[in-house]
Design a protein. Sequence first.
Length: 491
Amino acid sequence: MPALTITEASRADLGLIRSVAAGQAVKIGPGLLDAVQRRCAEARQALRDGRPVYGVSTGMGALSSVRLTEQQQLSHQRNLLLARAAGGPPWLDPPDVRAVFAVRLLTFLSGDAAVSGGLCQRLADFLNHRIVPAVPRTGAGAAGEIMQLAHAFGPVAGIGRVLGPYGTLLPARQALSSRGLAEFALGPKEGIALIQGVPGTTGLCALRLGEAAALTSLMEAAAALSVVVARAPRDPYTAACGRGDDLLAAVLGRLRAAMGDEPAPRSLQAPVSFRVAGPVLTQVHRAAAQLEAATRRALTGVTDSPAYLDGRFTRTAGFHGIDLAAHCDHLTAALCHAAEVAAARLHRLLDPAVTGLPAQLAREPGPQAGLTPVHKRAAGEVHAMRRLAVATPVGLIETSGGQEDVQSFSWEAAEKLRAALHHARAVAAGELLAGYQAAALSGRQPPPGCRALLDWLAGIVGPIDDDRPFGEDIEHLIRAPWPSPAPGPEA
C-alpha cells in the first residue's frame, strides 16, 4: 500500500488520520519540512533574546518561576518526558496510538510548536516502522494531556516502553535499535511541544467518529427491521414529520426506504420506542456532526502552549480541550439514549401482544426460553452506559500546588465515548437478533429494504431453532463489519 502524502500543514483530514491508524504509512510532502525548519530556526533565534519562555527557559507548572541556566536547558526538554510518564495499564490499542501520532504530526507541520523538521520526520518514522508506545487509556488528572503524551512521545527520545508482541512491553531504546533508529536528541522547545495541546483527544475523536457513523447506520437498520416485524403504524416516519429539520428528514427517508410499503398495522399506536426512532437516531447524527466540527477546530486551531505566533512565543489555553470534552459527552449521551430506546424495542418484540408472534420469540415457548436472555444482556449494557452520561468536565481537582486548578478531562471524555460505542453496539446486536428471529417466525416476505440486512444476519447467525448461548451470536455481531455505507453526520 503506497504511503499517504501529507501536503498541507494542520490538515483537518479525518480520513487521513483513520487510514494512518489502520496501518498506512505516511510521507511528508515536498517543501513542508523545509517550511517547518525555517519556522523552527526563526523561533530559536527569538529564544536568544533572553526573555523567559515557559517550559523552555523556565520550569513548568508551580515551578515556572524557576529560571533555568543554559546548561540546565540542554537537558530540560528530555527531562520533561520523564517524571510525567506516571500512568499505567490498560494501554491504548495500536490504532488509537497511531491516531495520536498522526494528529501530533499534522499539528506540528503548522509551525506553531516551533519544532524541527527532524522531529516531524521522526514521528513519521515511528508510524512507518510501526513502533507503538505504551500509552495509558485513562487515569490522568493533568490540565491537558501532559501525562499521556509523556508516555506517547517519550520513546522518541528513548524513554519509556512500547507495545511488543502478545501484549508484552519492550524498552523504547530496544525498539529503536531493532529498527536502526537512534534516540532523538530534542532541541529547544521540542520536549514541551511533545506534551502540549490536545492531539490525543483529537486523534481518538477522529476514530470514534468513524465508529459512530457505522454504528448509527446499523442502529437505523435495526430500528427499521423492528418496525417491520412489529407491523407498527408508519405515520411517525412520513416525510411531513421532517419539516424544518433536514437531518431528521434524511433519517426518516432512510427508515422509510428500509421499511417498504406499510402492511395493515397491528394497532393504532405502537409503543413510544418505535415511534421516536427517527428523532432519537437523528440526535446521534447531530451530536456526531458537532463533535466532528470540534475535532476539525482542534486540528486547525492553536492548541500548543507556548505557541510561536506572529514572531513571538505566546502562552495559550489551547490545551484545555473543553470543546472536545463537551461534544464527546454530547455524543455519549445521545448514544446512551439511543441504546435505551433500542433495548425497549427489543423488549417489546418479545411480547405477543405487540407482534402477534410466539412469546419471547421462542419456537416452542415454555420448553424454550427464547430471546429473553438477549434482552437481559441489553439491560445490563444500558445500565453500564448510564454511568457514562455524567458530564466529564464537572468536578475539578487542584494539582501542581494550585497552579493547575482546573481540568477538562477531555481524554477521559473520549474514553467514555469509546465505552459507550461498545455498549451501544451490543444493544444493537440484541435488537438485530430479535428482529431477525421475529422475521423468521412471521413467515412474511420481508420488504426489499430489509433483505440485505436479513441476509447479512443469516450469514452470521444462521437459523435460530432452539435455545443456545446467544452471547456468542451477540459477540459475532459486535465484531462483524456492517456492509452498508455508513452515512456521515451531514447525510
